[in-house]
Ligand binder design. Structure first.
Ligand code: SF4
Length: 243
């Protein structure tokens, strides 16, 4: 079993409900979307070589590995890290469900936990590996960001994801429209109003776009009329200069 990966590293989680936690990041290659703010463009293609960062949170010391990477070689890399939390990220990790399912089967007995960071569109792929996932971070991708209408897929995906602990994240930029964010709130409300929604201002050149804060505060207030928990959270690792 093999997969293409862009990066393997240990760092702190910079987003979502586990922000600040030390995690291992497996950045899988390839994505079915093309968001205009994508901050992991190197992961959109399948690279001949991936990067293994040796020092937690830093890109100064690294080695390269050949793709596609086998499960056996992945297990060797993981032994050099101390964290037992693995973030399956990308790109879109659900393009690699067979590899992920086998990895989960091999590592769960040793106490590893798995966070799935997904764009929330590959509904059938989620079925194949949801059993072993401990937490799902599901993005809603707005039409103003992707040029596509993903609403139906997001609805079906979230309906399946809620059998596990999960939260929803929306990256907001200067093209995001009020009605798009209200559509996110509406889907969450229909499935489970207890689900946490995170509004994340877009990161530009390593800094959160703070000019979006007034808009985010208005949207947060509107959403809280019917949803339990809406948070405004920028990416945290960028403040710290971590990768
Ligand atoms: S879904 Fe994620 S990886 Fe894919 S294009 Fe959008 S931001 Fe980039």
């Amino acid at each position: 079993m093999k997969a293409y990966l862009t990066e393997i590293m240990e760092s702190i989680q910079g987003e979502g409900l586990t922000a600040g936690a030390r995690q291992i990041f497996l950045r899988f290659s390839g994505c079915n979307l093309r968001c205009r703010y994508c901050d992991t463009r190197a992961s959109l293609v399948k690279p001949e070589k991936g990067i293994f960062y040796l020092k937690p949170g830093s890109n100064l010391e690294k080695e390269f590995f050949l793709n596609p990477l086998s499960i056996e070689d992945m297990m060797k890399f993981l032994q050099s890290f101390s964290s037992k939390w693995i973030s399956l990220t990308g790109g879109e990790p659900l393009l690699w469900t067979d590899f992920i399912s086998e990895l989960i089967d091999r590592l769960k007995p040793s106490g590893y936990k798995f966070l799935l960071e997904t764009n929330g569109t590959l509904v059938n792929a989620l079925d194949k590996c949801i059993k072993g996932i401990d937490l799902i971070s599901m993005d809603f991708k707005l039409p103003s960001a992707t040029g596509d209408d993903n609403w139906d897929n997001h609805y079906l995906f979230l309906k399946k994801a809620v059998v596990k602990p999960c939260y929803v994240k929306v990256v907001v930029d200067d093209r995001s429209r009020e009605e798009e964010i209200e559509a996110v709130f509406d889907i969450v409300r229909r499935i489970d109003p207890q689900i946490t929604v995170i509004l994340q201002p877009v990161t530009i050149m390593g800094k959160a776009d703070l000019s979006l804060l007034p808009f985010l505060l208005v949207m947060q207030e509107k959403g809280l009329k019917s949803l339990k928990d809406i948070r405004i959270m920028p990416q945290m690792h960028t403040f710290l200069g971590f990768i």
